[in-house]
Design a binder for this molecule. Structure first.
Ligand code: SAH
Length: 368
């Protein structure tokens, strides 16, 4: 791949001395005068350094931990920065393509509200509202059904990213005068000019699960952003965990050999010297494998991979209990196959698949 001809910094943040090294414009290596190659590392951003230091201190981390840090860490997590959604960003979602998506979702809620006997005192709840486009389209469409809208008492948005909260605030045309801000200058409570509905932001679903109203819950491309653990069935017929290690590790607690890396366009996981991180496989059954897989999945063959998202299961269970206790309704939309797949962990950057271990915080990470 063609790279800039400027000499980048090495993994410790120092520039390579240009008198001693020259590099080929088409490779990710610099060459010493004696012909030996020095890999050129990607920039060690504060987040990459944080993850690297964590691994060097305590050993390889789970893919789930890596994903959580790369997406939502306060120091440069991808969603924390909140710039990637939309045509000009890294990926486009259905509501960003057409307003009809949100309008159809609203009609689904109106229809079921009718079927459920028109309950009074409902609230819209959205998990991971992105730029706020979907909720804005849903509210606009819902206003066309005055009786449904009259029953709607507020909007609850579950969103961790301060930057995206600000975007949602703007998109929903919230009024500044009635806004309560958090210490970080992100909105906590506001009123949208769409029918003067109160809007509240939350970090986690637990904060919303009240008994006061009938929840109408929407989650679009939310669950695919939640962290996953990865496991591989070994030749010993046991589940080994795939972990993230530093790429240049020497003499530290690496438990296993480098995991098989797929070069499929789906995972785009080709290992490159430029990256600070690589996947490794535990030699023994890890505690996570023992806890999450137990004796299940005996039908798998040696070499098969599996991805597990306990956080998705936990949020979904909580959602299901709340919705059934309150006679509410929920619409969860995600994209993938309806059978167990092995390796779906991938990065998405500039509308293309990218290696998820490259430059944490610079790309969206998802798993089906
Ligand atoms: N639903 C939107 C955005 C999808 S991107 C759309 O369809 O356009 C995923 C969204 O989930 C982002 O808003 C991101 O900030 C949010 N998110 C990711 N992990 C989260 C978590 N653990 N808790 C709350 N929100 C999260």
């Amino acid at each position: 791949m063609f790279r800039r001809l400027l000499l980048p910094r090495n993994s410790f943040g120092f520039r390579q001395p240009s008198t001693l090294l020259h590099r080929c414009a088409f490779s990710s290596r610099i060459y010493r005068p004696d012909g030996s190659a020095v890999p050129v590392k990607e920039e060690l951003t504060p987040l990459a350094k944080h993850i690297r230091d964590m691994i060097l201190a305590t050993g390889p981390i789970s893919v789930a931990k890596y994903m959580q840090l790369a997406l939502t860490s306060p120091i440069g997590g991808y969603y924390t920065k909140g710039q990637g959604i939309g045509r000009a960003g890294d990926f486009v979602t259905s509501p960003e393509i057409s307003q009809m998506f949100g309008e159809i979702m609203a009609v689904w809620f109106v229809l079921h509200w009718e079927m459920f006997g028109r309950p009074r005192d409902t609230v819209f709840v959205e998990l991971g509202p992105g730029r706020g486009t979907l909720m804005d389209d849903m509210l606009r469409a819902a206003q066309r059904f005055p009786q449904f809208y009259a029953a709607l008492k507020g909007v609850h948005l579950v969103e961790r990213s301060p930057e995206l909260r600000r975007e949602q605030f703007k998109k929903l045309n919230c009024q500044h005068e009635q806004t309560e801000m958090s210490n970080e200058q992100t909105p906590k409570r506001a009123v949208t000019s769409r029918g003067n509905l109160p809007v509240e932001w939350h970090d986690v679903l637990d904060e919303v699960c009240t008994k006061e109203a009938v929840p109408l819950v929407m989650a679009h491309e939310f669950f695919d952003a939640l962290p996953i653990y990865k496991f591989e069935r070994g030749v010993d017929d046991l589940w080994h965990e795939i972990l993230v290690d530093v790429h240049d590790s020497r003499g530290q607690a690496v438990e296993g050999s480098t995991a098989k890396l797929s070069n499929s366009p789906q995972s785009s996981m080709a290992l490159s010297d430029a990256q600070h991180f690589k996947l490794v496989r535990t030699r023994n059954v890890s505690a996570n494998a023992a806890l999450l897989l137990r004796d299940k999945h005996k039908s798998f063959s040696k070499g098969d991979q599996i991805e597990v998202s306990p956080e998705s299961a936990q949020v979904m269970t909580q959602l299901a209990k709340w919705i059934s206790a309150q006679n509410g309704m929920g619409l969860v939309v995600d994209y993938g196959q309806d059978w167990t797949q092995g390796d779906t962990f991938r990065g998405i950057k500039s509308h293309k698949f990218a290696n998820p271990l490259s430059s944490p915080g610079s790309m969206d990470l998802t798993a089906d």
